[in-house]
Every structure is written in structure tokens, then in C-alpha cells.
Design a protein around this ligand. Structure first.
Ligand code: PXP
Length: 241
């Protein structure tokens, strides 16, 4: 089974916010994604609202009601953001750690140290027909803790793998593939569904996927949006002729 591709559109909003105007329009981006093999849209409404804004969530939610694309709501574990998630019909909520000063989500969530809190936190989300995924490093204790709090999915943080790929670090790559493989099998043996995300590209993905079985979803943002800029330049310039 091929994993589903879910497109994180946060950085479409990053470009739009550079001018604080309407372009590129997120719904137009989603209409383009709808024409592809992608299965869903992912957004991360950060506490500092640096890319996706509250109004975007409302528009995306309204549009996706009549779309075949599923909606994944990435979120930090705060009451404020949970209330917004509960007002959507997201298929999946992915809990991530969030630090204001970070450029992007830099590591997996520490589930172990906040098991009791998270077990209660996710209940209303699941009661609202949204499954819950926990973004974790490929660490067996964190995966066990995710099972203990009754999460439905884990998403394994593939950032270290992606960094080794960029650095051409063969030893690091081999080690990280084994770590991810072990983590994915362990999660599956516990009955958790397994997604992957962070730093994935069309170049680094095949080698990793070749070693894994039954991955449900890939959540990919930056490399797809970055590549779309390059792929689209020619058409954008031709529009002036
Ligand atoms: N999955 C999660 C949980 C993330 O936090 C991110 C980054 O926002 C991604 C996937 C996408 O990572 P990238 O933009 O590097 O593809």
C-alpha cells in the first residue's frame, strides 16, 4: 500500500504574509492540490500565527467540506488552539511541540513527561470525530507513551534522516533508517497507525520508504512549496507576454 500524500500549505501563507495581501490565495492553492494525487491538506495554526491565521482555518474548513481532500490540523497542546480545532471537522489532529523562537518544529513531542495531561487533552478531540496523531521522534518510550494516552496515530519525525541526507552522511543515514524502521514496527505492533513527516523531499523519500511497511500518510510542506516556486517561474513570467 502506497502512503497517502498530505500537503502542508503553511508556506503558501508565509509568502502571502510577506505582503500582507491576498496572494497567493490559499483556496486557489488547495484547488491546484485537488487536481493531483494528494489526499489531504495540512496546516499548523501556530500560537504566534506566523503563517496560517485564524481566518484561514475558517476558509479552508468551509472549502474542504465539499472536497475529497482530508484536513489535518497540526497543533500545540493548548486550550486556545484546541477550541479552534474543535470547531473544525478535521480528519486528524497532530499534536506537536511548539516553541515561539524555533524556525520550524524541531523535535518530537515529549509525551512521557506529560502523559496524564495529554491523555485528558485529546479526549474532546477524539469525541469530536477527529483522530489524534502524536508527532514523535523515533523513540520507543515516546511511542509507548503515545499508545498509553490512547492516541490513534504517531507521526515519526524524519528531520534527522533529512539532515543526514543533505550532509551525505551515509553512516548517519543507515543508522536513522534503522531507528525509524524499528520505531514504525513497534508502533504498528501496538496498534498505532504510522505517518511520517518533516524534511521529506522527492529525493530523500524513496530510500526511506523502501525500508518501511504500512506507512499511512506522508505530511510534506517545505520541499513541495519550494519546488513549486521553481516549477512555476516560467509560466509566471510568460503571463506578461
Ligand atoms: N509534520 C509535522 C508534524 C510538522 O510539524 C511539519 C513542519 O511544519 C511537517 C510535517 C512538514 O515538514 P516540512 O515542511 O519540512 O515538509
Amino acid at each position: 500500500m502506497k502512503p497517502e500524500l498530505h500537503i502542508n500549505i503553511d508556506h503558501v501563507a508565509t509568502v502571502r504574509n510577506a505582503r500582507m495581501g491576498p496572494e497567493p490565495n490559499l483556496i486557489e492553492a488547495i484547488k491546484n492540490i485537488e487536481k493531483t494525487c494528494a489526499a489531504g491538506i495540512t496546516t499548523h495554526l501556530r500560537e504566534d500565527r506566523r503563517h496560517i491565521k485564524d481566518a484561514d482555518i475558517k476558509e479552508i474548513e468551509a472549502y474542504l467540506k465539499n472536497s475529497r481532500l482530508g484536513f489535518t490540523f497540526e497543533m500545540g497542546a493548548t486550550e486556545e488552539i484546541r477550541a479552534i480545532c474543535l470547531a473544525t471537522s478535521a480528519k486528524l489532529a497532530t499534536l506537536v511541540p511548539e516553541k515561539r523562537e524555533e524556525l520550524t518544529t524541531e523535535g518530537g513531542l515529549d509525551v512521557l513527561s506529560q502523559k496524564a495531561f495529554l491523555a485528558e487533552f485529546i479526549k474532546p478531540i477524539q469525541a469530536n470525530s477527529t483522530q489524534v496523531s502524536i508527532f514523535v521522534d523515533p523513540d520507543l518510550d515516546q511511542i509507548q507513551a503515545s499508545k498509553d494516552i490512547a492516541a490513534d496515530f504517531i507521526e515519526i519525525h524524519t528531520g534527522t534522516y533529512a539532515n543526514h541526507f543533505i550532509a551525505n552522511n551515509e553512516e548517519g543515514l543507515a543508522q536513522e533508517i534503522q531507528r525509524i524502521k524499528k520505531a514504525a514496527s513497534f508502533a504498528q505492533s501496538l496498534g498505532l497507525k504510522v505517518n511520517l513527516g518533516h524534511g521529506l523531499t522527492s529525493l530523500n523519500l524513496p530510500r526511506l520508504l523502501a525500508q518501511l511497511e504500512d506507512i499511512q500518510e506522508l505530511h510534506i510542506g517545505h520541499s513541495i512549496i519550494a519546488n513549486a516556486v521553481l516549477c512555476g517561474l516560467e509560466n509566471s513570467i510568460e503571463a506578461f507576454h
